[in-house]
Design a protein around this ligand. Structure first.
Ligand code: PMV
Length: 414
């Protein structure tokens, strides 16, 4: 096979008739990806690649080529957890391609459960209703429509169904915990489980890869909520299987201490944050420290690989806390600048540092794009740390609220 050239988008739609894709699907693809023509034994094949960082990633794996049998009706329920990044993703390119690799713990208790009722219909086009906690929520429609438009070329069967989407979260909607990671991964898992009913011989490995691939197109970090344990998203030189297109389970040895690592989420501010993650990601374009930050994230991930194996918690803490503070430093020096931490966020950080200094217990913090604090610690230290949280940290939480969580197993059908 020979990679020839980028297509002239105007003239390519006609040529695609000769490929295995329908002209309609092909036109849709044009909107989302860069396209290349490939000559194979003199025959033109259309291939879809995303070209970033001088590396070419093939997305064909996720485009069904076989014919599918439409079924009349199906009900699919899936659950998917939230995740907490240790190396942060902050900054992206089109479409949902991270500017640097990231790694996270998949959580267990903070999760979304979604049921989709698929009902065959006679006309083509998207048709869905979205319910949150049993209540019709039109306000989510735009986000879901963008998601469906991004995934239609990978899930062409969706256009033949009315979809009623019912979803609920274990954590309160107004808790300051983003539900987009668990929400989009649960939705993506439902779609892939439905695909399983239409096509035979789909492997378990493909299900998770495709669910992660689709989830990313809803919310970047959602692709790290399909597999359990430690999940890497974004190409990294030391992790050969890593991809910008989907999350993969950390492929090397993991010290047992990380299998049941604890995460207590301190709800410092339960309101919706003033600056969304999407805006924050965009501000990394033309950010004065963008390239240094992306280099640092790559370096931190290289340093974390042996630490995950050895279980050296003080090295782990140094990387994880630096990542959290750098994420917020990026916000503070973007244009326009902004601050998502609150005074209580800083008080908690100082309390954790004092506690760690005086007890040598390896407890540390990390932050999402918000004011809430994730307190990370080994299970063997849970009783001391829980007492410390009750006595010293709960007072900084809104209504004294926090959520105890730990590393979990990922998404799946229920
Ligand atoms: O997936 P998004 O667009 O909500 O961005 C997530 C960004 C952070 O939570 C701050 C970092 C991360 O890697 O999860």
């Amino acid at each position: 096979m020979e990679l020839v050239d980028t297509l002239d988008l105007g003239s390519s739609a006609a040529r695609c008739e000769s490929s295995s894709l329908s002209a309609r699907t092909f036109k849709k693809l044009l909107k989302f990806e860069k396209l290349f023509l490939i000559f194979n034994n003199g025959q033109i094949e259309v291939s879809i690649f995303v070209v970033e960082n001088f590396c070419i990633m093939n997305v064909e794996e996720f485009i069904p080529t076989k014919k599918f049998e439409l079924i009349e009706k199906a009900n699919i329920s899936c659950k998917a957890p939230s995740n907490i990044a240790l190396i942060k993703y902050w900054g992206k390119k089109n479409v949902q391609i991270p500017s640097n690799p990231s790694i996270s713990f998949t959580l267990n208790n903070c999760k979304t459960t979604t049921t989709i009722t698929f009902q065959k219909k006679t006309f083509k086009g998207f048709s869905f209703k979205f319910f949150l906690d049993g209540i019709l929520k039109d306000s989510f429609n735009l986000k879901i429509e963008i998601f469906f438009n991004r995934i239609i070329c990978y899930c062409p069967y969706l256009e033949f169904y009315d979809m009623e989407i019912n979803t609920n979260n274990t954590f309160p909607h107004s808790s300051g915990i983003a539900s987009s990671a668990s929400g989009f991964s649960a939705l993506a898992m439902c779609i892939v489980q439905f695909e399983l009913l239409l096509y035979e011989n789909i492997s378990a490995n493909y299900i998770n890869r495709k669910a992660s691939f689709l989830a990313r197109l809803g919310s970047g970090s959602a692709c790290r909520s399909i597999d359990g344990g430690l999940v890497v998203w974004g190409q990294h030189k030391d992790i050969k299987q890593s991809s910008d297109l989907l999350g993969i389970k950390f492929p090397y040895d993991v010290h047992p201490v990380f299998n049941d690592y604890q995460d207590t989420i301190l709800l410092v501010d339960k309101n919706e944050k003033q600056v969304s993650s999407s805006i924050g990601h965009n501000l990394m374009h033309n950010h004065p420290f963008a390239s240094q930050r992306f280099n640092q994230a790559n370096k931190h991930l290289s340093q974390l690989i042996p630490v995950i194996k050895s279980g050296d918690l003080f090295k782990f803490i140094k990387i994880v806390e630096s990542e959290a503070l750098t994420l917020h430093a990026m916000m503070m020096c973007s244009d326009p600048y902004f601050i998502l931490m609150k005074p209580n966020t800083i008080s908690i950080i100082n309390e954790i540092w004092d506690f760690r200094d005086s007890t040598q217990i390896p407890v540390c913090f990390t932050l999402d794009a918000g004011a809430n604090v994730h307190v990370l610690y080994p299970k063997s230290n849970a009783s001391e740390v829980n007492k410390f949280i009750d006595n010293n940290l709960a007072k900084y939480c809104q209504d004294g609220q926090f959520i105890n969580d730990h590393v979990g197993n990922g998404a799946g059908r229920i």
